[in-house]
Structure formats: C-alpha cells, structure tokens
Design a protein around this ligand. Sequence first.
Ligand code: NAP
Length: 529
Amino acid sequence: MGSESKFKLTYGTMFSPPEEFHSAYESNLAALRRTFGQEYSMIIDGKEVLASEKFENRSPINTDQVLGIFQKGNEKNANDAIAAAKKAYQTWRKTPWQERVKLLRKVADLIEERSYYIGAAMSLEVGKNRMEGIGDAVETAELIRYSCDQLEKNNGFEIQMGSDPFVGLKSTNLSVMRPYGVWLVISPFNFPGALTGGPAGAAMVAGNTVVMKPATDTPLTPYLLAKAFLDAGIPDGVFNFVTGPGSTLGNALVNHPEVAGVTFTGSFDVGMGIFRTFAQNGRYVRPTILELGGKNPTIVSKNANIEDAALGIVRSAFGLQGQKCSACSRVLVEESIHDQLVERMVVLTEKLAIGDPTERNVFMGPVINKNSYKDFQDLSAELSQAGRLLTGGRVLTDGNYTNGYFVTPTLFADVPFSHRLWKYEMFLPITTIGKVKNLEEGMQIANDVDYGLTSGFYGTNEEAEWFFDNIEAGVNYANRPQGATTGAWPGFQPFGGWKGSGATGKNAGGVHYLQMYMREQVYNLVTKI
Ligand code: NAP
C-alpha cells in the first residue's frame, strides 16, 4: 500500500491520505458491488460448509441492499468447528514457532494487500467512512505483525533459567511458553477486522487453533479475513469460521468443554454473561480475555487550547457515529471556558458531513441497525427532558437517507450529573457536556463509573501529568487534536481497559498481550557429571 509514498496510515494520520488511497478504494468498492447478493459459506476444517438456515447481511446505508447471504450456524456446526480445531491443534502446536510466524506474516501481508477491498466491505456493512474502513483493515495486519514481532523478539519465549547448585550433578532449567489448545474468538460489529484478526492472529502464532464467530451484523469482513488466513496457507482446521446468532451458535461455542480459552470483545453485559458461563461450566479455570464497553470522558482545563480540544472531542465523539468503544461520550469542562468550548464544538459538529460513507467527503455514515436507530431517538428524547439540546437529536429520512439509519451528531449540556445516562454506554453519536468547578471535580466524575477504557485531557503539560497520575482508564491521551479519546494504533498506543472495560489489564498491540495466549512450562533436566 502506498509503497511510493512515505505516508503511513494510522488512525492519527488518516485525515489527509494521499490521492492513491481514494482511487484504490473506489476501484475495490466497484468490484465489491459486483458481488452483492452472493452466498458465503462458513469455513470448517478448511472446507466450505453451508447450514440449513441462512440470514441476509443488509447494508445500514440502504437496507434494500443485500450485501450477501450468510449461514445461520447451529450447535452441530459449533461442535464440528471445535472438533476440527482440536484435531489440528496436535500438529499446529508442534509446528516450530518460526514457521508459524512466517505463515502469520503472510496472512498480514495479504490482508494489507486487500485492505481497500476489506475497507470497502466495512463501509458497506458497518457504515465506516473510507479511511476508517481502510484503517481497520490495515490495523488488523499490524496487530498480527505485532504478535509475530513479539514472539521473535522474545525468541519464542524460551528462557534458560539458573542451574541448581547440585554437587556431582548438572541441572539445567528451561522455561518455555506453550499454547492452550482451541481458542474461541467472538467479535463485535464495530471493528470486524481488527477485533477478529488481531486476537485470532495472536492465538494462532502462539500455537493455539481458532474458532471464530463474528457479529451477525457484520459477517462479510471476517469472511474476507478467513479467506486471507486460508490463502496464506494456514493448515486446515487451524482457523475455523462460523456465523450465526450469539444467543444460539455463540452460546453453544461458549458452553463447549473443549474450548481452552476465549477472547470476547463486545458489550459489558454479554461479556460478563460469557465470563460467568465459562466459569460455571468449566472443569477448571480457563483464560478469559474480555474487552468490553466504555464511557470515556474528556476533561478540559481552563488552560486548554480550545481549538484542539473542540476538534479532538468532536472527532472522538462522532467518528464511526459514536460507535467506538473508545468514543468520547462525556465532556467535563472547567466553568470559565465552558461556553467558549461549547460554541466551538457546536460549529464543528454542524459542519460534519453525514451520508453514504463510501463517498469521499463523508465523515459520518449510518448507525448499525434498527435497534440503534430507535435507541438514538429514545435516548435523545430522554436527554432533552433532562438538559439542553445544543445540536442534533434528529434522524434523517429524506432523499438519500430514506432507506438507511442516518442520525445527526448530538450534543447536550446542563444534564444533571445524577442522570443515569452520565454512566450508561449509549454507543451512539450522543455526547453530554458538563460544567465542573475545578479539575479535581472533573476527575472525580470521570472516575465515578464502572468503565475505564480511554480518556482525554486538554490543558498544560503539568496538568497532563496530574491527569495521567489520577485517571482510572487503560488508554489516555492529552492535548491530541486527532482525537480526544480515540485513535489507538498497535505498537503506539496498546489498547485495553480497566475496571468493567476489560478483564486482563494487558493491552492489545502492546508488549504484555501475546503471553496471555500461552502458558508457562518448565523443564528441569538433571545429568550426572
Ligand atoms: P455485543 O452485542 O456484546 O456482541 C458481541 C459479540 O457477542 C457478537 O458476535 C454477538 O453475536 C456475540 N454474542 C451475543 N450474545 C452472545 C452469547 N450469549 N454467547 C456468545 N456470544 C454472544 O456487542 P456489539 O453490539 O457487537 O459491540 C458493541 C460493544 O462492544 C460495545 O459495548 C463496545 O464498547 C464494545 N467494544 C469493546 C471494545 C474493546 O476493545 N474494549 C472494542 C470494540 C467494541 P451476535 O451479533 O450474533 O449477537
């Protein structure tokens, strides 16, 4: 991608891509459009598998548009996928880690090569704008590469330990990291690339085999990733892809006794349900990586650069229609600059282009589905009763908006801090702005939620140090105009949450992540001398 230019795509740099990104995206989008309505299989043990029931994947941009027909997998499919992964595990775990790295790097290269096509798929099925779509695809490749890098840097995690001080005997001790077995990956709709391919890649390079179930709203992107895994030569059964409802297929997978570990990314409620089921139904404790919701605050000091703060907040509040786990949904601003900040945020918000996200200048596409569309209307009405609507609060129904789930970016002020929606993850383009007397009060309110995923701050460097020291969240940014609370990139800002936002305290795309997919084993060999 962009091999001739020096441009490196990240969520921080995506606002001004070179022209070649647009032309490549457009030709891939046209190719993708020619596949509309096609049927897609599941992939179990390297074979295409069809289920007796199907479901349609319709675009939230225009619900008349059927992107593809997918398989409504059932319990038998779950069992078959796990059996295939279990069988493949015996060979895969013994495959030298260097060999696994080589294959996974090939996967990453293929995904990056196909990132315009995969990105276009994400525009159509998720509603991501161009650069967000391509960004998610490239991030997927980068996450897989990062896991490969970590395994290489640590020499496969084989470490010679000390020798026991025996007399007349030589004692050697080796610490190694070994895989667990069959790893389940369940992903959400909003990052169907990175949150499917990232964990699957980590699990596989570590020597586990994978069964992957994507969100029902977004099966196409994970299917395209599954193809990349197979095309790169990942052996049959090492990566299995099944589609179908979480409540049935997902439940059958989570309850299967042969699953050795799980990575679930999604809502707090479903994640906690999986955590309990996994614990109750297991014969022993198994690794459970949970990446859950957020209610991400930005604190703005009276010393902040208002332009940077307003721009960063608006980008993080409304990028991907507020449907990022890292979206900025709460703004806590010192009284003396409240009105100035609000005024600027309203101006920037009202400039955002809403529409078909495959179009070049569109920033906001539709929300994901009918439920989210209805939630937007209900929650906007509830907040209008409690506070002051600054802008937005409407759904768009005319012209090109007729058949999609389009809503306006929405800001509320003066909602009392006691209101329930200050703590509830709406997962929509709705942000509440509250006045605080001082930074301490802002910090107290920022931390007074069960979530702790990302946060933002605008103020002096000294204040930023204080902010980093006190905030209870996994990923924290200060004075970033590219996004107040969003935009993490593998290797730069490892991504994960504290408290109710994540179970492990180790962030994806960082140095502590890959080890979670492996268990330590120690070999002590004693020989006579
Ligand atoms: P969701 O409703 O919790 O669904 C996530 C996944 O779980 C989907 O694949 C879903 O399948 C499946 N599922 C649902 N019920 C299940 C069950 N009983 N057993 C097994 N699987 C089940 O979340 P979402 O609406 O797709 O995504 C939005 C949420 O994800 C937000 O809360 C967001 O903050 C969070 N998120 C967190 C991170 C992070 O890194 N911390 C990143 C992205 C998103 P179906 O689609 O078939 O129901």
